[in-house]
Design a protein around this ligand. Structure first.
Ligand SMILES: Nc1nc2c(ncn2[C@@H]2O[C@H](COP(=O)(O)OP(=O)(O)OP(=O)(O)O)[C@@H](O)[C@H]2O)c(=O)[nH]1
Ligand SMILES: [Mg+2]
Length: 192
């Protein structure tokens, strides 16, 4: 399904990406685990670069599952050492990407199970709603919460987002929890 993924390109300007037939992208706070999740979904260990330190992905990275069918890893927000207005705009790179992709069929917003949703996550989600983007929320790192704390954490997160637990994917890229469910959803979206 997604294991045929390979790195296709790294860009800083979304306007140079060229056309895809269909693509999905991963956005979220720096360190939420976007790149780790892409690796887990594609059954790779080192395809997307991962770091203990926030701000690892500073570029737009395109992974091709089949020709013109892409998973796009974006830089995390909430870390950029730039100006306040740059942070408030969620970073020009991300914004240009989101507003320029004709065949972007789903945006996955990755939240950190312990830290999220942060103010910037909520800003991002509201922006997607306001601009009528199709999106899903993925809460990653649920292994950090542990089975006993998970129900409470689910309530807290869904409450803050005004959603139901079933509206959200609760996953761990590290422990491979619910990765297969998500893999199927993405494979279907990409038609692979
Ligand atoms: N415990 C746990 N740690 C995780 C999980 N997923 C990722 N991590 C760790 O979180 C850290 C950040 O992961 P990345 O995949 O680089 O995060 P990112 O969202 O791509 O970060 P940026 O590129 O800075 O935006 C790394 O140390 C990962 O090993 C998970 O499911 N559970
Ligand atoms: Mg990354």
């Amino acid at each position: 399904m997604l294991h045929a993924a390979k790195h296709l390109m790294t860009e800083t300007d979304a306007l140079t990406l060229g056309e895809s037939e269909v693509e999905v992208s991963f956005v979220g706070r720096s360190n939420a685990g976007k790149s780790s999740l892409i690796n887990a979904l594609c059954e790779k260990t080192k395809m997307a670069h991962v770091s203990q330190v926030p701000g690892k992905t500073r570029t737009i990275n395109v992974y091709e599952i089949r020709p013109y069918r892409w998973i796009v890893d974006l830089p995390g927000y909430g870390f950029a050492a730039g100006s306040r207005s740059e942070k408030a705009a969620l970073g020009p790179m991300i914004e240009t990407y989101l507003t320029s992709r004709e065949h972007l069929c789903r945006v996955f917003v990755i939240l950190d199970a312990v830290a999220g949703p942060t103010k910037l996550d909520i800003l991002m989600i509201n922006w997607l709603i306001h601009n009528a983007y199709p999106f899903n929320i993925i809460v990653n790192k649920i292994d950090k919460v542990g089975p006993s704390g998970l129900e409470a954490r689910k309530k807290e997160i869904t409450g803050k987002l005004a959603l139901q637990p079933a509206d959200i994917f609760w996953v761990s890229s590290k422990k491979n929890i619910e990765i297969e469910t998500l893999r199927k959803v993405i494979a279907k979206l990409l038609g692979v």
